[in-house]
Design a protein around this ligand. Structure first.
Ligand code: SF4
Length: 101
């Protein structure tokens, strides 16, 4: 289930595909962040590291996409090989890049 604090950080700020009317649907990266970090920790990381929506993909994040409901039907990044992943994917990629992982 989505939480406003995460949605405003992950979806509204970072996701090119966000649709406010679909609040019941969450992707694998949202689920991963929600399970791993609090909204205030995520907000602090975004601010401290000056994370923006620039897309730098070094690795495929199978650990989030493999558990995503949109992977089979609905994700342009995975299905149509678009260059723009969802917002949570962008955040996780940026964090891993920052950590040099
Ligand atoms: S990039 Fe696509 S498949 Fe991967 S977590 Fe985001 S929406 Fe899901």
């Amino acid at each position: 289930m989505k939480e406003n604090a995460f949605t405003s950080l992950i979806c509204e700020k970072f996701c090119h595909y966000y649709k406010p009317e679909k609040e019941t649907e969450l992707c694998g990266s949202y689920f991963y962040l929600q399970k791993s970090i609090t909204p205030s920790e995520l907000k602090s990381l975004v601010e401290l590291l000056h994370l923006d929506t620039e897309i730098v993909i070094k690795h495929k994040l199978f650990f989030v996409c493999n558990k995503c409901n949109f992977r089979e039907d609905g994700c342009d990044f995975i299905i149509n090989k678009s260059s723009i992943p969802c917002g949570g994917y962008i955040i996780i990629s940026r964090l891993l890049n920052y950590l040099n992982l």
